[in-house]
Design a protein around this ligand. Structure first.
Ligand SMILES: [Zn+2]
Length: 322
């Protein structure tokens, strides 16, 4: 069983584009005296005992965002009953193709951040691995992924394999990253596709790393947002399990928390200077004239210090306009 998640690219033109871990539950059996009475309240999932009255306090938004990011397939498959998909062992990552030094750095940082978020230990290996990441031209995506049904505008694609005997248990992943895309775009694609590889689907929150649209309003950041961290952490919470469907998830995630993460604003945009191939990351705000930086080697912190350009949303200039 496999699915392919397509992620469309961001067209850049002149000015365009666009947990905390809950406590680890122990799978203890109820005290013997109460065992019979409680037997109906517990269930065995992949060798772990889950108590039916276990709940995790979330906000209403977190519950909705979790259901969207985990149980709304990035590619619709009407015949399939969506369930939580996650690893039950630590996956290794192997790279092939022609990654740049910056690609290697991004993969290292992305595997580290997804490891911290999920509690998995995702390691790079020169040998055989459960997750194969291919840096190839878009024209080679179909070959790499072994399917012809691909979105031709995709700059990244991920195909995960599910254990046929254990619903929702991911056993493998093939990731294709377009090496003919801009480096700054690839930075985002790498983190996004590895998000798919660990079991996340798409988000409608424009500041989420897992926003799968090609909407110019979406974030160009390449690290997980607070929402991504919260949902990724919940996906691997021991009180949930691979194979849970929406009914089982909503039973565990109870919207009783007074505060939690929200869909934050998109705070950066990618801008190309007219007449050149030079790209800038510019602060996005209500201000008319906003600072930009041409240093795309790392994700900017806001406010941008020592800006080397300014944008008014339509044009770039080398000094702020009055
Ligand atoms: Zn995607």
């Amino acid at each position: 069983m496999a699915r392919v998640s397509a992620c469309t690219g961001v067209l850049v033109f002149v000015v365009a584009c666009g947990t905390s871990h809950a406590d680890r539950a122990t799978s203890t059996m109820p005290p013997a005296a109460n065992h019979a009475a409680r037997a109906a309240d517990s269930t065995q999932v992949l060798g772990r005992q889950l108590t039916r009255n276990t709940t995790i306090a979330v906000t209403s938004y977190e519950q909705r965002a979790f259901l969207e990011l985990t149980l709304t397939p990035a590619v619709s498959a009407p015949e399939r009953h969506p369930v939580l998909e996650r690893w039950v062992r630590n996956p290794r990552v192997h790279l092939s193709g022609d990654p740049t030094p910056e690609d290697l750095q991004r993969v290292a940082e992305a595997t580290q951040s997804w490891s911290l978020i999920t509690g998995l230990t995702i390691t790079a290996t020169p040998g055989p691995a459960e997750i194969e990441v291919h840096f190839v031209p878009r024209a080679d995506f179909a070959h790499v992924l072994g399917t012809d049904h691909l979105d031709p505008t995709a700059v990244g694609l991920t195909r995960v394999t599910i254990d046929p005997k254990h619903p929702g248990v991911i056993t493998g992943g093939i990731v294709a990253i377009a090496d003919d895309d801009l480096q700054v775009g690839r930075n985002r694609t790498i983190d996004h596709e590895l998000g798919h590889a660990i079991g996340l689907q798409h988000s409608s929150c424009a500041s989420s790393l897992m926003d799968g649209s090609s909407d110019a309003a979406r974030s160009v950041r390449w690290t997980p947002s607070a929402l991504d961290i919260r949902v990724g952490g919940l996906l691997y919470d021991p009180r949930l399990a691979a194979g849970f469907d929406a009914r089982e998830v909503t039973r565990v995630l109870t919207p009783t928390a007074p505060v939690g993460v929200i869909c934050g604003p998109v705070d950066l945009e990618l801008v190309r200077a007219a007449g050149s191939d030079r790209h800038y990351l510019c602060a996005r705000s209500l201000q008319t004239v906003r600072p930009c930086t041409a240093d795309l080697s790392h994700e900017p912190k806001l406010p941008i210090v020592n800006p080397d350009a300014w944008t008014d949303g339509h044009t770039l200039s080398s000094r702020p306009r009055r």
